[in-house]
Design a binder for this molecule. Structure first.
Ligand code: GRF
Length: 203
């Protein structure tokens, strides 16, 4: 069975990448195959997770490249060499250019740790998202998988999963619950759905 070739872009610990790798191993990600991981930050543990799973792991330091253009030129070359057909942003912190997202229209998906349109957009990433949710006093938060376009966290929503906010939650405790109960479940399922829909559309 032909599978959609997936490149996963990371910046940090890689727990969302790990959820995808585990799903692939458990045959819950059957319509896609992770063929490449790229980190824009040196030393991201996510790359170690990829190596342990036998997946090619590439570091393209965003700062070392100097400009976004130079970074994206190297990224494009790596994606082409790997024959990537779908990009998954999993804890990836760089903002891709409008040109790049246009060239990859509806072929980049992202996991965001809130129920978009709440607590998203420029400046909302990592713990900051959960700090804002707690400051606002929401009783429910969660995670969203969406297509990536030129607006940060602005693309079409693919899937969402809600998580309860508990009294006394710290940002760290809430982040952990959102990861465990939403992100790590939602992302592999959403990637499988997107890949399967693409395969079914192939004439
Ligand atoms: C998590 O908060 C995730 O929601 C966001 O990036 C953070 C780190 O993710 N997308 P990971 O552990 O590197 O996958």
């Amino acid at each position: 069975m032909n599978k959609i070739r997936i490149a996963v872009l990371v910046s940090g610990g890689g727990t969302n990448l790990q959820a995808m790798l585990d799903a692939e191993r458990r045959r819950e990600l059957e319509s896609g195959q992770i063929v490449l991981t790229v980190s824009d930050r040196p030393g991201a543990y996510a790359l170690e997770r990829a190596r342990q799973a036998g997946v090619p792991a590439l570091e393209i330091g965003r700062k070392a490249c100097g400009s976004r253009e130079a970074f994206e030129e190297r990224l494009r070359a790596a994606l082409a060499e790997a024959g990537a057909e779908l990009i998954v942003l999993a804890g990836f912190l760089s903002i891709l250019s409008p040109e790049f997202t246009r060239d990859w229209d509806r072929r980049i998906i992202n996991i965001h740790p809130s129920l978009i349109p709440s607590f998203c957009g420029a400046g909302f990433y990592g713990l900051k998202v959960h700090e804002a949710a707690l400051a606002r006093g929401v009783k429910v938060t969660g995670a969203t998988v969406h297509y990536v376009n030129e607006i940060p966290d602005g693309g079409e929503i693919i899937a969402q999963k809600a998580v309860e906010v508990l009294p006394g939650d710290t940002p760290e405790a809430l982040q952990r619950r959102v990861m465990e109960q939403a992100e790590w479940i939602l992302l592999p399922r959403a990637v499988e759905t997107v890949c399967r829909e693409r395969i079914e559309r192939i004439p």
